[in-house]
Design a binder for this molecule. Structure first.
Ligand SMILES: Cc1ncc(COP(=O)(O)O)c(C=O)c1O
Length: 349
């Protein structure tokens, strides 16, 4: 029996078409700005995101940390939803690398408001309080279930930050999912930010690669800082070729991942499993076992024995399944059968 792997959209393997694009990509030394595929990718990203400059990097984590190093001074504060990937899952990078003070805000499905920022931000120099430099928007928001920032809330945040003189950084590791779910060009989400991190190795299906995109003046030191972090690659066109292929072929199809996630959630909810389809906005499905008396580790093991792989979500008692490029409609039908069987069996144990 082959397991259906729903642990994460980072598990995707490159398609034949992507491998061909990687093999055929013209290459050069990217540190010397001689890799034509990286140069072309950066131009495309600037256009697509409604921005001015772009820097290719190996991972979204590096893109996020680079965004801080470019525009936050040591001892300054950054605000964002308290469970943001940058704050909780990047090994303390904001403190260790940029020397930033991180203040986590309560969010609703990952979303906070301009008023939340206004209440906390210190926008003038103070002898006591750290000056606030930036607000971080994670769209989609991982820990809350790949939820999408409503455009109205985003506009309000941009307006508030512009008024207060704060930068906005979008952690857009899954921002193409957000744009597809909202049926808007991605620039509608990213165009007003100072910096945006995008990632190619999640729903877009590349083996590696990300970029920091943003205002030209903000990104002026980015290449030097990337060199300092060890993120300047040589023939990076092999990866940029995959990314260019993904932008051309794997963005619109994210709608299929979203539809399959919703279908999966509907099936599980109809079978009385603790899944709320109403929270499925993109490609994550959560199953909250906390009220069932089942241990999630035991349940996850049972699911794996039945041939469907879930992962632990951030919140205790919650399991996560993610649809992606390598998962089709037949996989979802089988994964739903297996999940229902496994959880029923675990309940009877
Ligand atoms: C919202 C978000 N930002 C950033 C990252 C970091 O991505 P990477 O693993 O490419 O560094 C992730 C990874 O899951 C993420 O979910």
């Amino acid at each position: 029996m082959t397991s259906i792997d729903l642990r994460s959209d980072v598990m995707t393997l490159p398609t034949q078409g992507m491998l061909r694009a990687m093999t055929n990509a013209p290459l050069g030394d990217e540190q010397e700005r001689e890799d034509p595929t990286v140069l072309r990718l950066e131009e495309e990203l600037v256009e697509l995101l409604g921005q001015e400059a772009a820097v290719f990097v190996p991972s979204a984590t590096m893109a996020n940390q680079l965004a801080l190093l470019c525009q936050v001074q040591r001892g300054q504060e950054i605000l964002g939803e308290q469970h943001s990937h940058m704050f909780r899952y990047e090994a303390g990078g904001p403190a260790f690398l940029a020397g930033a003070v991180v203040t986590g805000l309560n969010g609703d499905a990952g979303v906070f408001t301009g008023d939340d920022v206004r209440r906390i931000a210190q926008v003038r120099d103070s002898e006591h309080r750290p000056r606030t430099a930036m607000a971080v928007v994670e769209d989609t928001h991982n820990v809350s279930g790949a939820r999408v920032w409503p455009l109205g809330a985003l506009d309000e945040l941009y307006d508030t930050c512009a008024e207060l003189g704060l930068a906005v950084h979008i952690d857009g590791a899954r921002v193409f999912n957000a744009a597809v779910a909202q049926r808007v060009p991605v620039a509608r989400i990213t165009g007003r930010a100072q910096t945006v991190a995008v990632c190619f190795s999640k729903g877009l299906g590349c083996p590696a690669g990300a970029a920091l995109v943003g205002r030209a003046d903000v990104l002026a030191p980015a290449r030097r800082l990337r060199q300092m972090l060890g993120g300047s690659l040589r023939q990076a066109g092999v990866l940029a070729g995959a990314a260019r292929y993904a932008l051309a072929h794997h963005v619109d199809r994210l709608a299929t991942d979203h539809a399959l996630a919703r279908e999966f959630a509907d099936r599980l909810a109809e079978a009385d499993l603790p899944v709320d389809p109403g929270t499925v906005e993109t490609n994550f499905v959560f199953m909250d076992l906390s009220a069932t008396g089942l241990s999630r580790d035991a349940a996850r093991e049972r699911l794996a024995q039945e041939g469907v792989l879930w992962s632990n979500a951030h919140h205790p008692g919650v399991l996560r399944a993610v649809t992606h490029l390598n998962i089709g409609a037949a996989d979802i039908a089988t994964a739903a059968d297996r999940t229902i069987r496994a959880i029923r069996a675990a309940r009877e144990d």
